[in-house]
Design a protein. Sequence first.
Length: 67
Amino acid sequence: MLFDQASPTLAFLKPQLQIFGGVMQDCLNLAFVDGQWRVVAKLGEKVAADLEATPVRAGATGAGWRS
């Protein structure tokens, strides 16, 4: 999972999950509003049939990150 906090109130999260019979990649824009992180935009796509079929991305952060 990639997490990039651009400022105290803005962040980007890119999780990858094995669900719905494949690997889903989401791109989430987050805003810190009223003391809570909230998703303000979301895009998602099926990127592979299974987690082992996705190549490991060089330079990525987090254990098990694949894209």
